[in-house]
Design a protein around this ligand. Structure first.
Ligand code: FE2
Ligand code: FE2
Length: 344
């Protein structure tokens, strides 16, 4: 059965290529491919799906949500109202994981088509299988929560721009560095705050895979960018800047709220106007939410250091980040700990 009525079609301008030189000439990429084959896992065999998840109970503690649970109006809610809100926020967040993973599945497949090297194609095929498994596990888990929220407008726009980019390096930047930077941080932070054992098993498995995906970006994309003509490099740097600033703008205080988030409020019985009034009041009183110390910040710890490392932040791009008020963080410690699997 083809579900064309629910499918959405995009057109890609990307060139795809054959490669008939089958020598494996990158030891690092070969090692990553071997590791990927070795660490494949099966959602049927390796996870305990009999674990009962009560959809009316939150699957995360409220520290995970940060700002929303600290809004004065939310703090005044009774325990059961707060739990309802948290349950919907969790379903909303996990829905973003699910939709994002489908995007990752398609971008990984696009990389398999488009990378010019044989070993790059083999590796990208393993990432495609990883992402298929991630879509599967989140889809199955969300069925237990009984509610799927739509994909966030900004996330959809970012992944669409990545999928319809004209060069595989842009796809690897948009997905393996920027979107997966966000995903790694969210998965890691969710793992710190969920008491649900099944979700913890899922997150651990997914994080292990994701650490390889981030490592691929730095191993392979850096060489490709260094080999580019300077004009082409600037074009790639511009693409990275556009995606990063799109994501920053969407997450900024005062940004237009996502329709999915507004339906979370509706489903939780919270009046939208009252909620935003309370947000505005807490903002004017100077109250700020500080995330717990062990939380990973996607831009600071993952995305920006990864972009700098591969040469996707040129001198000209630095000026653009500066003008937009986006710091170019370069400290790679957290990124390298993820890549080594230490943080997952
Ligand atoms: Fe994934
Ligand atoms: Fe991934």
């Amino acid at each position: 059965m083809t579900r064309w009525e629910t499918a959405e079609v995009l057109k890609s301008p990307m060139e795809i290529c054959w490669q008939f030189a089958y020598e494996i000439d990158s030891d690092k990429l070969k090692a990553l491919y071997s590791k990927a084959k070795k660490y494949q896992w099966d959602a049927d065999a390796d996870l305990d799906w009999s674990y009962a998840v009560d959809p009316s109970r939150p699957v995360m503690e409220d520290d995970a949500i940060g700002g929303v649970m600290r809004v004065p109006l939310v703090e005044r809610l009774n325990k059961s109202q707060r739990e309802t809100l948290l349950a919907h926020l969790a379903a909303h967040r996990l829905s973003q994981f699910l939709h994002g993973e489908q995007g990752a599945l398609m971008t990984a497949a696009a990389l398999t088509h488009a990378v010019p090297d044989y070993q790059g194609k083999l590796y990208a095929a393993t990432q495609t299988m990883d992402e298929a498994r991630h879509v599967e596990v989140y889809a199955r888990y969300i069925q237990k929560l009984a509610l799927v929220y739509p994909m966030g407008v900004a996330l959809k726009k970012i992944i669409d721009q990545t999928l319809t980019a004209n060069h595989w390096v842009k796809i690897a930047i948009g997905m393996n560095m920027i979107v997966e930077g966000l995903a790694l941080a969210s998965f890691h932070n969710m793992l710190q705050v969920t008491p649900c054992e099944l979700l913890r098993q899922i997150l651990r498995g997914v994080l292990r895979d994701e650490s390889r995906h981030v490592a691929f970006g730095s191993l392979y994309v850096g060489d490709a960018i260094r080999a580019m003509h300077p004009d082409e490099r600037e074009d790639v740097a511009d693409f990275a800047f556009e995606i990063v600033s799109l994501m920053r703008r969407a997450r900024k205080r005062g940004a237009e709220p996502d329709p999915g988030f507004l339906s979370v409020l509706d489903h939780s019985g919270i009046d939208q106007a009252d909620f935003w009034k309370s947000v505005a009041e807490s903002a004017t009183s100077g109250q700020r939410f500080e995330p717990p110390r062990d939380q990973i910040h996607p831009f600071k710890h993952l995305m920006m250091p990864a972009l700098v490392r591969v040469g996707a932040v040129t001198d000209r791009a630095r000026e653009r980040y500066k003008a937009e008020g986006i710091p170019v963080w370069e400290d790679r410690q957290a990124l390298e700990r993820f890549e080594s699997g230490e943080l997952s």
